[in-house]
Design a protein around this ligand. Structure first.
Ligand code: UVW
Length: 326
């Protein structure tokens, strides 16, 4: 547990040591569960979310795929590549024959990482100690995720009451920048400032604003010393997510958290504490610009959140376009 002997930076079991006393939802929904905290989103919770529809507004929160200024992408992953395989030019060049009736059509294909745009991580996407969500062995990931893949989440769909907190605005900024941390106190203070109550089983959406800087700063500056601003690990934060039974954490950053913990230097600690241990769904690379603007204007920070990832067999994640309905 934290606060005991300092963690040795060369020790491969540091995450295990840090999270030794951290809460786990393993087994809570049986030995075969693959959707984790989405189990909290019962019919009653979906109806509670539907009660946030008060104006008939629909706002989508997906990032543009194939943006002319580059897509936000975790370092080491390639940009999505979309290319036409045929179009009007193919017919003009005589490479394609129109269909009977003189019909022509355009086709294209895309090569991208399943985590390469607005997306959900499958619960088995990140692990330590050779165990995934619910205790499945890490060997289940080899060649395709046999356990805790995105498919069961896609079959279920993700619907509930969403609440947006504009963490950048709460700090008087357009966007949080590298080095800016977000703690539990920051979350609660932002909610208070916005006049919104985070209720048990809410889908928590955080606007950090950082990804907008990719388009204004350019990729070189944006990716230099890559360490996104955002949530940082604390036992209190993890306990709060656990107690509030939060089904999903959604942000407009690539990792949903500060990549490297400022105290211990470990990477993606919250993927381990929240996703792997509590089964909380991670929705990353959202674009909350339009939603935040609308919430600032009308003062309504809750909405029905709808997310439908693709049913990718054995996928480690899936792109999706999140829909917020007010
Ligand atoms: C990793 O955590 C490695 O990736 P992502 O931020 O896409 O979940």
């Amino acid at each position: 547990m934290v606060g005991k002997a300092p963690l040795n930076p060369k020790d491969d079991r540091r995450m295990s040591q840090l999270l030794a006393g951290s809460p786990k939802n393993w087994g809570r929904w049986g030995p075969d569960d693959e959707i984790g905290a989405l189990n909290f989103l019962t019919s009653a919770e979906i109806l509670r979310g539907a009660r946030a529809i008060r104006q008939g507004k629909v706002i989508t929160c997906g990032e543009l795929i194939g943006s002319p200024t580059g897509d936000p992408i975790f370092p080491g992953r390639a940009q999505p590549q979309r290319a036409n395989t045929q179009d009007h030019g193919s017919y003009q060049a005589g490479k394609k024959t129109p269909l009977p009736g003189g019909i022509q059509y355009a086709d294209d294909q895309i090569t991208m990482f399943l985590q390469g745009s607005t997306q959900y991580d499958a619960l088995g996407h990140v692990w330590y100690d050779d165990q995934l969500w619910n205790g499945y062995p890490a060997s289940e990931t080899i060649g395709g995720m046999k356990k805790a893949s995105i498919q069961p989440i896609a079959e279920r769909g993700v619907v509930g009451r969403g609440v947006l907190l504009d963490m950048a605005a709460a700090r008087g900024k357009f966007a949080l920048e590298k080095g800016d941390t977000v703690t539990l106190d920051d979350l609660l203070a932002a909610a208070k400032k916005q006049g919104v109550t985070i209720e048990k089983h809410d889908i928590l959406c955080l606007r950090i604003g950082f990804l907008q800087l990719l388009h204004t700063q350019g990729p070189e500056k944006f990716y230099a010393d890559f360490n996104e601003p955002g949530l940082i690990y604390s036992p209190e934060l993890v306990d709060w997510f656990h107690k509030m039974e939060i089904p999903a954490l959604c942000t407009d950053t690539i990792s949903n958290e500060m990549d490297f913990d400022p105290e211990n230097g470990m990477q993606v600690t919250l993927h381990c504490a929240l996703m792997r241990n509590l089964g909380i769904l991670f929705n990353e690379i959202c674009n909350f610009e339009a939603l935040a603007k609308d919430c600032h204007e009308d003062g309504q920070w809750d909405f029905l959140y709808v997310g439908a990832p693709l049913k990718v067999h054995q996928g480690t994640g899936s792109p999706l376009n999140v829909v917020a309905i007010k």
